[in-house]
Design a protein around this ligand. Structure first.
Ligand SMILES: [Zn+2]
Ligand SMILES: [Zn+2]
Length: 342
């Protein structure tokens, strides 16, 4: 990475001129955060700047003590002459791209993003820049999402069929973002919806932020004798390994994730059904976002870095790999639960 306005350090992406880090993974003085997923929002920084639209989620993640200031989408903050603004990334509630400008040089750090419509967050906003830092979680041509409507009709009919058989339906979805997207899009007239504690807390934050959520009931708040047949239960993937599932009696399990597109993933996860629903850009969306940025240099991070860089370079785009510290190949989708059980 050339030494420009934004550089990669061992703590995270750093803007020297403005003296702030974006999504740092080691403690720093000032952290500017793209969104509240665990691999972007680490604790221990002196102060934080987060998008106002995601403040409630950041607060849950960072705790009461954290010094958090906010900025609305499009608002410009000044750090030693550097203009900093947040712009919707379409990934989860309050998720942002960070635009950084100094003396006419513009950088955009995309964080995680998707272009597909999602009722639970503001749509991705294309921003023209000189340097675009993009994620590449699903950066292979094989990743192409079906229209969201189609996926929801699959989930609805799975739930209905289970209900007809007197079974409960347990759907695993990451607690921040995916769970709420599932509940927002599902046919709520089918039956009652129950939630795992990690999901319920974040769902409340969505509600308080004005996102339309169906009525839900926290599983832990209902008695042991409760009959769950015919209901839908929304839980984070971590609940799968626990004895937590026993209370639901006869049930079918489903998993909502982009990874469900990978052959064998459903079996590996030991679930009955896989629903391909992702909060990340698929291959065509990645290319479109890059094209819309009109960037002269594209930095690729998170996921299929080499593959995306190679493809871009072969297709006339100046692209550079950017290897940030990253836990596993899909840390974002793995570590998003808030840590508590029930
Ligand atoms: Zn994320
Ligand atoms: Zn991420």
């Amino acid at each position: 990475m050339k030494s420009g306005l934004v550089t990669l350090t061992d703590r995270g992406l750093y803007c020297r001129q403005g003296d702030f880090y974006i999504d740092p993974w080691k403690p720093v003085k000032r952290a500017v955060l793209t969104h509240a997923h665990a691999d972007h929002t680490y604790r221990g920084n002196e102060d934080y700047l987060v998008p106002a639209e995601g403040e409630r989620l950041s607060r849950i993640r960072l705790g009461d003590e954290a010094k958090i200031s906010t900025q609305k989408y499009g608002e410009i903050g000044l750090f030693n002459g550097v203009k900093v603004s947040f712009h919707p990334a379409g990934h989860v509630l309050g998720s942002s791209q960070v635009r950084v400008e100094f003396k006419g040089e513009i950088w955009v750090v995309s964080g995680d993003y998707k272009l597909m419509p999602d009722e639970t967050c503001a749509p991705f906003e294309p921003i023209k820049c000189h340097h675009f830092i993009t994620e590449a979680t699903f950066g292979l041509p094989i990743y192409r999402w079906q229209p969201t409507k189609f996926v929801f009709s699959e989930i609805n009919s799975w739930w209905r069929r289970n209900q007809e058989k007197g079974k409960a339906s347990v759907i695993f979805a990451y607690s921040l973002g995916k769970s709420q997207r599932v509940m927002n899009g599902i046919d709520r007239s089918i039956g009652r919806i129950f939630t795992h504690g990690a999901v319920e807390r974040l769902t409340d934050a969505y509600r308080e932020s004005g996102v339309d959520m169906p009525e839900t009931q926290y599983v832990g708040s209902v008695g042991n004798k409760r009959d769950f047949s015919g209901s839908l239960i929304v839980a984070p993937p971590s609940a799968q390994a626990s004895t937590w599932l026993r209370r639901f009696g006869s049930h079918s399990t489903g998993f909502a994730s982009g990874w469900m597109m990978v052959r064998g993933a459903r079996r590996q996860r030991a679930v009955d059904r896989g629903f391909v629903l992702s909060d990340h850009a698929d291959w065509p969306e990645l290319l479109r976002a890059i094209q819309m940025s009109e960037a002269e240099t594209v930095y690729v991070t998170h996921g299929f870095i080499e593959e995306v860089v190679r493809w871009l370079n072969e297709n006339g785009q100046n692209a550079v790999p950017l290897k940030t510290q990253f836990i596993g190949d899909d840390a974002e989708e793995e570590i998003v639960n808030t840590g508590e059980h029930e």
